[in-house]
Ligand binder design. Structure first.
Ligand code: COI
Length: 365
């Protein structure tokens, strides 16, 4: 889908460049937004139409819009990176487009083509490229975080798939997701709450999954933890994910492992990339069930030397400890997280164009 198939309504009062430059110095995560947003409308009769890039601003939604009542909504997270020559690239967008269609199917929303998904990112970036921050060093993970999302906008209170849907992309300059940057995060083990159940929506990126994680996230914050580890709903035994990111374990003998995908785990693009980069490094990563007992015992005995979280927002962030109602379990060995750091550097070098893109993962925006 060429960019020019999106009609442009330029923002007549864009952010002044000194203000934008000031924001880009310290953007935090998800606090500031660019001057435009992309939009495509879908109706049962006309399909996808009305492609446009228009000024960023509040949406007008009928109070009876289905999304407000039945949470028929999905989203994605993907970043734009500025390379040293000033060009702007994104990472594996076809993986996000594919996952967006899987999520759409599960939430009974219409599926969006790769051409519209990637075309909408390109059309937005054609206007807002100045909002992509320039990294100050190889450790700087600043980027423009892109948030495509789709909502059921039909005014109708009957419970059925909506006949009117809107797709948008908004963009937000971003620094590290966690306040401490790459400092190891503490993880709270949720013993009261599960995130997803078999046959449910766990594998889909829908707002409802994140809403369901918030009560546990409140408990985590009360225990000074940045994230929550969720166990499976059937046995309360198998590690699934952190709600907003996937988990990897590194063992004393150099093996690395991540929970095998099920329909209760979101398939992360970063997770998949880490598996490939680990293979490139000769690490033979495993995808298999990992129990909470294996984590507890491995951390206590020193068998597990590192744990790390990965996701688009989190990149690769070491986990320093697991906090449970019984107490804190620190990782005994490997406190400087060499494998997590090595994989993180490889991933960032690739994303920022400092390493050769041997897998063909980058797309120019
Ligand atoms: C992402 O990594 O893009 C997510 O959607 C997760 C969320 C914690 C920001």
């Amino acid at each position: 889908m060429p960019t020019d198939s999106f009609d442009l309504q330029p923002n007549a009062t864009p952010t002044a460049s000194p203000i934008r430059e000031d924001i880009l110095k310290n953007p935090g995560f998800g606090r500031y937004f660019t001057d435009h947003m992309a939009h495509v409308r879908w109706t049962l009769d006309a399909g996808w139409h009305g492609r446009e890039v228009r000024p960023y601003g509040p949406l007008t939604l009928d109070p009876a819009a289905a999304v407000l009542h039945y949470a028929q909504e999905i989203f994605e997270g993907i970043k734009a990176y500025r390379h040293a020559d000033g060009s702007v690239w994104t990472f594996r967008p076809e993986k996000n487009a594919e996952r967006f269609r899987r999520s759409a199917h599960r939430l009974a929303l219409p599926e969006l083509s790769d051409a519209d998904f990637i075309g909408s990112l390109k059309a937005l970036l054609a206007q807002d490229h100045a909002w992509v921050p320039t990294p100050k060093s190889a450790a700087d993970e600043c980027s423009l975080y892109l948030r495509p999302f789709m909502i059921a906008s039909e005014k109708f209170l009957g419970v059925r798939p909506a006949h009117e849907v809107d797709y948008y992309v908004i963009a937000s300059p971003a620094a590290a997701y966690f306040k401490g940057g790459v400092e190891p995060v503490s993880i709270w083990l949720s013993s009261h709450y599960n995130r997803a159940a078999p046959g449910g929506t766990g594998f889909a990126k829908c707002g409802g999954n994140y809403a369901a994680s918030l009560a546990a996230q409140k408990e985590a914050s009360a225990h000074d933890c940045g994230q929550v580890a969720f166990l499976d709903a059937r046995e309360n035994k198998w590690i699934e994910e952190l709600g907003g990111m996937n988990l990897f374990f590194v063992f004393k003998d150099g093996r690395i492992a991540t929970p095998r995908l099920t329909d209760t785990i979101l398939e992360g693009v970063t997770r998949d990339s880490v598996l490939t980069l680990a293979r490139d490094e000769g690490l033979s990563p495993e995808e298999r069930p990992i129990s909470i007992d294996e984590w507890r015992e491995g951390a206590a005995s020193g068998e597990i030397t590192e744990v790390f979280a990965c996701g688009t927002a989190a990149v690769i962030t070491p986990v320093g400890e697991l906090v449970t109602e019984e107490g804190r379990i620190r990782l005994t060995a490997g406190s400087d997280n060499p494998i997590a750091k090595r994989l993180r550097t490889k991933l960032l070098d690739l994303q920022y164009g400092r390493a050769e893109d041997t897998h063909g993962w980058l797309t120019k925006l």
